[in-house]
Ligand binder design. Structure first.
Ligand SMILES: [Zn+2]
Length: 212
């Protein structure tokens, strides 16, 4: 795919993230590995509802700007870590979906083993323990988690999703937030019952077999 097409895609999905309420104002960031030493990333401080393709920045694997004006996203460490540890996933998307963030504040909630469609589409929802936003520590906090799945919730902060395309990474944000909304409603009614063990295992095996 041409780099301009990738830029236009990133802009379109940033607008969608904003329209859907998955981030506010300048929140959130997206990166795409274009090739060796070339990573496209959203700039810092730009409202994602009004982002333009020419504002995107190209950095190298050390986070140094190769092309573009302005500075890359403040969450660059998180993107570099995810792209380094998951060479099979060239797209990394970070958003702030409200229900995911709300659920991440409470450790005693049941996020896994309840909804079959979540197991089939996401596998397991993993919550990465809190690390300060816009820090090197946030990048390091992903080690041990980002290798295991494509859909992570960052405690007190948001989501991090990985994809083979911008579309795939976005679809996981939608899936995570929808699952979080259902689980939130269920927890309002009580403690949601788990699927029987054998059924959860069978669904997990189906997910592993179909995983791209
Ligand atoms: Zn954030």
């Amino acid at each position: 795919m041409r780099e301009l097409d990738v830029k236009e895609q990133v802009v379109a999905y940033c607008q969608l993230l904003h329209q859907k309420g998955y981030l506010a104002a300048t929140d959130g960031n997206v990166s795409v590995r274009l090739g060796p030493g070339r990573i496209l990333i959203t700039p810092t401080g730009v409202h994602k509802g009004f982002l333009r393709p020419e504002e995107l920045i190209v950095i190298d694997d050390g986070g140094r700007v190769v092309e573009g004006r302005g500075a890359p996203s403040g969450e660059v460490a998180m993107h570099l870590t995810a792209l380094r540890l998951r060479p099979d996933r060239p797209v990394v998307m970070h958003a702030h979906p409200p229900t995911c963030i709300a659920l991440s504040l409470f450790k005693n909630l049941r996020l896994n083993g309840v909804l079959p469609e979540v197991i089939l589409s996401v596998g397991r929802i993993t919550v990465v323990p809190y690390a300060r936003p816009i820090s090197q520590a946030l990048g390091e906090s992903l080690v041990g988690f980002v290798e295991k799945g494509d859909a992570l919730i960052l405690e007190r902060h948001g989501t991090l999703t990985l994809g083979r395309s911008v579309h795939d990474a976005y679809a996981l944000v939608e899936r995570l937030e929808h699952a979080a909304q259902v689980l939130h409603r269920a927890h309002l009614l009580g403690r949601p019952p788990l699927l029987p063990d054998h059924e959860a295992r069978a669904l997990e095996e189906m997910y592993e077999r179909s995983r791209p």
